[in-house]
Every structure is written in C-alpha cells, then in structure tokens.
Design a protein around this ligand. Structure first.
Ligand code: SAM
Length: 325
C-alpha cells in the first residue's frame, strides 16, 4: 500500500515526529512561559510512535526527524531512536534539539547511528541567549555541539533572527562554519504561535549582508539535509551557509513532508489546523488502519501555506513547540 505522491505530484518521504510538547527552554517566539503542558496520557507512548514510523515506512516514508518540544527532555528518547533506526526501510533518522542536553547523550547517539543533528542556536552571546531562550544555557548548548563533533555526528546549526534582538548575530554565527564541519542555516520567522508577533527578517537581506562582507557567494548545488535549504559557500570556510526562506522564498512546490505531533495528530501542512488523528488507530486499530490514515494525510496536503498572502487563513493555533517545527 504505497502511494506517497500527493495530489500536486510531490513525493512525500519525510516525516517530522514530535515526541513531547515540553521544552527546557522558553524561546519567546516559540513557547510562552505560562504554557500548559499536555497531560502525559494524551501523549503517544514510545512504542506507539515507533509503530507509526513502521507503518510510515510501509507507505514510503524514508526519513524521520525526531523533534519536540525538546526531544531530549523525554525519557526514552534514545531508546526510541534505537527502535526507529531498526526499521529496515527507514534510511535516515535525525534529531533537532536545542543542544543543551546533548552532552550526556552523545556516545549513545553515535552508537545508535543517528544520521545527523540540527542544533537550534540563535546567538553566541550569553546574555542574548538567556534573553531569547529564557535560560542561561549557552554553555550547555556549545558543549553539546562540541560532543557531536567529537563523535563525528553530522551537524547543522539552525538560527532564527529577530529584528532588534539578534539580527546582527549572523556575523558571529557563521564563524562556526569557518574552521569546522558545521553548516549554519538561517530560518525565517514564521507566523505560527507566538511567532506571529515577530516580523520576519528576509533571508535575502542576510545573504546580501554576508556578500557585502565576503564577496559574491557561490550557490552549492548538492542537496544537504531533508529539504528546502539553499546553501552557499564562503571561500575559505569548511561548512556552508544555508537559508530556509519559508516566507520570502516560498518553497511549498518542493514540500516533501508530513508532521506527527506528540498527541498523534498527523498534519498535512504546518500552516493549517487540519489534521488526522492516528491515536485511536495505533491504540486499537490494525497496521492497515494506520497506513490508510497516513496516506489520507498525504492526499490532503494543500498546494501551499498562506503565510505571505491571506494571513487570516492561517488556521493553526498551536505553538511551534507543540508541533515540532
Ligand atoms: N527543541 C528542538 C529544537 O530546538 O530544535 C525542537 C523543536 S523547535 C520548535 C524546532 C525549531 O523551530 C527551532 O529551530 C526553533 O527555533 C524553530 N521555531 C520555533 N518557532 C518558530 C517560528 N515561529 N518560525 C520559525 N522557526 C521557529
């Protein structure tokens, strides 16, 4: 039962899997300080998540990204990675994390064969980091990054820039790519959850500023990662600089993903509240039921988001942390 092609001819082979809504940071655009956590019984068990990934593999999903909340806050995250890595048709299991809890997990992540890690890091300035994330944890995030390098787990840094907060921090962030095998990517702020209250800095402006300093940059033609980033090479740098321009460079025509929330909601698109619940099927149904619902979500994918035009049509009300990014 495989038809992972959506109505617009896009091949859907990538699933982002949020395993928890909780996070140990409070990035102001992502998660409000007074957020109400979901009761644990609402959240899928690790075995249920693994079973959904098994059925996703059966319909043609090949790449899984573990996300949250903060995935490493969930006890058993590493066991789940082990379970998903054991699914024969899954080709890549990757993790997105704020990095602050990575250090004690590094050895096991390496043993499990985790394919890559994204670390979300918006600044290298300790005070600014505390202001953005609500926690004085920059040193922990940097230690986590160093551990990933020690174990040679491929690493990307993802940064969201905010006007008047860290809009100039691209200068220091890209230095991480100078002498290290690290790609640094800039993600445009999207109007989801608290992100609606922030203006989105255009990645084109960031690229222009980088070029003012480093001269014209060459676009990297290879595909790095699971999707929409455009990469550029700065002469003399080991890592590349990437841009995920969901707002100013809409890339929905190349969308390859569905999203599973921690409560078992399968989202065809980040922008809309529409979802299909897998919880009942994975708790009481058959593998074929789960597969049918996965295919239904792919069949329901819209042509694209409406972040730039018709913003009033954005129906998703959840915070990004409750979706997984
Ligand atoms: N805690 C994990 C992490 O830090 O990667 C996973 C969850 S977090 C929601 C995933 C990513 O979404 C982070 O890189 C975060 O900066 C980004 N994010 C959150 N809200 C956003 C928004 N409104 N627009 C763009 N990116 C956002």
């Amino acid at each position: 039962m495989t038809n992972r092609t959506d109505p617009y001819g896009r091949t859907i082979d990538y699933m982002r899997v949020s395993i928890i809504d909780r996070c140990n940071l409070r990035c102001r655009y992502c998660i409000p300080e007074d957020i109400q956590w979901l009761p644990p019984k609402e959240i899928l068990t690790l075995e249920e998540i693994a079973e959904i990934c098994r059925q996703a593999a059966a319909i043609g999903i090949r790449k899984i990204k573990i996300t949250g909340g903060e995935p490493l806050v969930r006890k058993g995250c590493l066991d789940l990675i082990h379970m998903i890595k054991s699914i024969p048709d899954i080709e890549q299991v990757t993790l997105t994390t704020n990095g602050t809890l990575l250090t004690p997990c590094a050895k096991r992540l390496s043993q499990e064969g985790l394919n890559a890690v994204n670390v979300s890091l918006d600044t290298l300035d300790r005070e600014k980091y505390a202001k953005i994330t609500g926690r004085d944890a920059l040193a922990d995030a940097l230690a986590g990054i160093a551990e990933m390098e020690k174990y040679k787990i491929p690493l990307k840094i993802n940064a969201v820039l905010q006007q008047g907060v860290n809009d100039g921090d691209w200068q220091t962030l890209i230095q991480l790519a100078k002498d290290r095998d690290i790609s640094v990517r800039f993600i445009e702020m999207m109007p989801i959850g608290h992100g609606r209250q922030f203006a989105s800095i255009s990645n084109e402006d960031i690229l222009e500023k980088i070029q003012e300093q480093y001269g014209p940059l060459e676009k990297v033609q290879k595909i790095l990662g699971n999707g929409p980033a455009a990469y550029f090479h700065i002469p003399g740098f080991r890592g590349d600089v990437g841009f995920i321009s969901a707002i100013h460079g809409k890339f929905c025509h190349a969308c390859n993903r569905i999203r599973l929330t921690a409560t078992g909601q399968l989202k065809p698109c980040l922008c809309y509240e529409d979802h299909i619940s897998l919880k009942e099927a994975v708790r009481g149904g058959s593998p074929a039921d789960v597969q049918r619902l996965l295919l239904a979500a792919i069949a329901q994918k819209p042509a694209g988001h409406c972040f730039t035009q018709n913003r009033e049509k954005i129906t998703e009300k959840k915070e990004m942390a409750q979706i997984g990014g």
